[in-house]
Design a protein around this ligand. Structure first.
Ligand SMILES: [Zn+2]
Length: 338
């Protein structure tokens, strides 16, 4: 099968690899219909994560079940499925506690920007849906694998509540999904930090009541002005850099929580300042399976259209162009069509 492979910074190649196989009785192999390029893929692409050897890229997949192991009963070949990036067993103590992303038997999607993927714990992991009738629904289903659930996790961790203010740091696909989540959960105002179209337009469409285009301390001052002078009730940190976390903490009012879902790169917490202001942080890798049924229901009923964040589509052969478009912020998020 053909799959996107990263050999070093900005060195993407399409390579032939052996087809993934059912190696455990609880596995399935899924033929990829569409994969996503994630903001977290860009950390690798930009050479900001140590890359010991080549890496198979892609962990966001919707597709069709090709084969299943002997213990798989809930999904069958031919089913159209949403594949959460974390493959939880659904039974361990972490899963039972709702933290499927910290499953003790965790697997994950590898090589999703390719033709086939192996899925561990297929019965517990895969979400079966009717094949999408239109392209926007396909894209929205693809967001369920990661970015929508991650934005939702940021909102839940931040304690977003109806009638209370929320601010979202980051205007990538996760940040925009965070805006959507805060809006669905009834936050008011919902302040998006975004300076440019088409991201501002998407943020507004997803329920942002204000977009703040300034950066750094200017943005902190503006957000505080919009939130009774003290900062928001809930802050969603959807970037992962030290600067983003610093801004997020400064935009949190006393007693507030920063929900953080950006993969931390160079983040240090000012614990004394947090202690003094009673500001907390809570977050991590999104437990996709915990949120998936509820989020899928909103997608399938047409109540939300998170697929709008996927504003560029490429073929597998052109995947490098997709990465480049996201790297230069020409695209919010890229769909790779197999
Ligand atoms: Zn588990």
């Amino acid at each position: 099968m053909r799959v996107t492979t990263l050999h070093g910074a900005r060195d993407l190649r399409i390579e032939e690899h052996p087809l993934p196989i059912v190696s455990e009785s609880t596995d399935a192999v899924v033929k990829v219909v569409a994969g996503g390029v994630c903001g977290s893929d860009l950390w690798w692409y930009r050479g900001l994560n140590p890359l010991p050897t080549r890496r198979l890229m892609g962990h966001e997949v919707v597709g069709v079940v090709e084969t299943t192991g002997s213990a798989v009963t809930r999904v069958k070949p031919g089913d159209f499925v949403v594949v959460p990036f974390c493959h939880a067993d659904g039974t361990c103590v972490a899963c039972r506690g709702g933290v499927q992303s910290a499953c003790l038997e965790l697997g994950s999607t590898v090589g999703g920007q390719g033709e086939y993927v192996r899925v561990a714990h297929a019965d517990a992991c895969l979400f079966v849906a009717d094949p999408p009738a239109d392209d926007l629904l396909l894209r929205s289903l693809l967001t369920l694998t990661d970015v929508l659930a991650t934005g939702w996790h940021a909102a839940r961790c931040a304690g977003v509540a109806a009638g209370r203010s929320a601010v979202v740091v980051g205007d990538g696909a996760v940040g925009l999904c965070g805006v959507l989540a805060a809006s669905i959960l009834g936050a008011d105002p919902v302040i998006a930090l975004s300076g440019r179209e088409p991201r501002q337009g998407l943020a507004s469409a997803f329920g942002a009541t204000q977009c703040v285009g300034s950066r750094g301390q200017d943005a902190v001052r503006t957000v505080r002005r919009l939130t009774e002078g003290v900062g928001a009730h809930a802050v969603l940190e959807c970037v992962g850099t030290g600067d983003a976390m610093e801004a997020a903490l400064q935009m949190a009012r006393p007693g507030a929580t920063v929900g953080f879902v950006g993969i931390p790169h160079g983040v240090e917490l000012p614990i004394t300042e947090m202690f003094r202001r009673n500001v907390g942080v809570r977050g991590g890798i999104a437990p996709v399976q915990r949120y998936l049924p509820h989020l899928a229901e909103m997608v399938l009923s047409g109540r939300i259209e998170p697929g709008r964040v996927l504003d560029r589509e490429v073929t597998l052969d052109a995947v490098a162009e997709g990465y480049q478009a996201m790297d230069t912020r020409q695209a919010v998020k890229v769909l790779v069509r197999m």
